[in-house]
Design a protein around this ligand. Sequence first.
Ligand code: C5P
Length: 227
Amino acid sequence: MKTHLLIPAAGMGRRLGKDLPKALVPLRGEALLLATLKRFAFPWIAMPVIVLFPRGHEAEFRKVLASYPIPVELVEGGGERQDSVMRGLRFIKGEANLVAIHDAARPFVSPEDISAVVEAAERHGAATLAMPVADTILMNDGGGFLHNTPDRSLLWACQTPQVFQIDVIRAAYGWAGENGTLCTDDATLVYRSGHAVKLVRGSASNFKITTGSDLQYADFLMEHGFS
Ligand code: C5P
């Protein structure tokens, strides 16, 4: 089954401390965005791939994508990740029934994990990769004191891709627009809109590059042939 691919890449990555958008930061000489896109070299990806870029940076994104062999629709993103995804969803046309949404900042997702989450979405309508947490998670009361310690055996850390039937994600965004709900990921939005979301166990290597040390670690993995 054909699946659309939507890549939110419109974050400026301020926690990375660089003065260019995070998706354009070089990793072993190649923009992070390209390293991530190459993970989706499947014949079942519907074209064009939709990439969200931050306002004012279209020309740099076009230049980076010039060497990429698959057609890309560049769409200006919004202030929050959710705004970016909403704009991207408007550009989905064609017959594919599913959309996979994957952060540009996760260049190490494996083909096996991508296939597993797509299969789960075919079956359940909505699915996300996620990882059971190893650490005990402490909830801050907002003032720097421990407020609650949720049962660790039930906690999973969210990853992407998150994959949805198109009518499910469109309905969730319609619902969010009506009541002003803002989420940092789409699976939560879909769940809050009333649709079940299947959790598919991912891999620790599918981490999100957020800080300078994440970037150093990513560089180390690539240097040592991780693929
Ligand atoms: O900010 P965070 O690291 O959670 O962002 C996750 C992904 O969402 C990144 O790939 C980033 O480029 C993207 N994003 C976006 N539009 C925004 C903010 C983040 O497309 N306004």
